[in-house]
Ligand binder design. Sequence first.
Ligand SMILES: [Zn+2]
Length: 282
Amino acid sequence: MTIIEPHIHMLSRTTDDYTAMYHAGIRCVVEPSFWQGASRRHAGTFYDYFALSLDFEPTRSVRYGIDHYSCISVNPKEADDLPLAMETLDGMDRWLDHPRCVCVGEIGFNRITPNEEQVFQRQLEMAKAHDLPVLVHTPHDTPETSKKDGVARILDILREFDYDPGRIVVDHNTEDTMPLTRKTDYWAGLTVYPYSKLNPRRVVDILRRWGLERVTVNSSADWGVSDPCSLPKTAEFMREQDFTDAQITRIMHDNPLAFYSQTPKFNPQLDLPYIDPATYQR
Ligand SMILES: [Zn+2]
């Protein structure tokens, strides 16, 4: 089984993670831009992060037989600092033009504020200008905001945005939001976590209910409790639940390949060799 992981934050993972991922069948990863644990104070800090993701991380992953691509954005959690977000976007074109930038994302909402909306809208326009797919982050349930309201608002904004819905994935869906997302032609992303959010059982139930068309499954794995091998584990669980090999391949390989292949920049090499760390030339 050759797995393409469509949403994972490898900058926060270790070399042991890369080794485990390779041995579990993962051959390509796509890394969306993300909050770094402390909010950035300078546009240059965003740019250095984009350089790490686009230039450095692929040189790290290739040693473990994994091809690495990125999605570039000012993420929703930092979009509320409007002056900094706008200053960063003023200089972001050259990162979107990078040969390993295959998507604008993640963008969307964190707390569903007017500032976040402005930054979201502007990045949608940038995706159009650069002819790139879009990865949309949907907010979590908090005491102040509901995920379902966030998804509804996002779908309203996307409806106004004149772009091929097949080039947009609305990510982090749950049982509650799938009825909204499936009323549209956008892709629906499902994120598997060991404890919170979805586990393989819930993903399988959602796939049974809503089908395999325009669905991607990802691990998102970041600094929180997460598992970079969530996808191979979900594939295994699908097999136990009598999904066919073709259905499992569709979710683990064909769908993410189809989504990102909407930019000609995405040409994953899925047969890279794993290089024994003992043989590295430093
Ligand atoms: Zn993410």
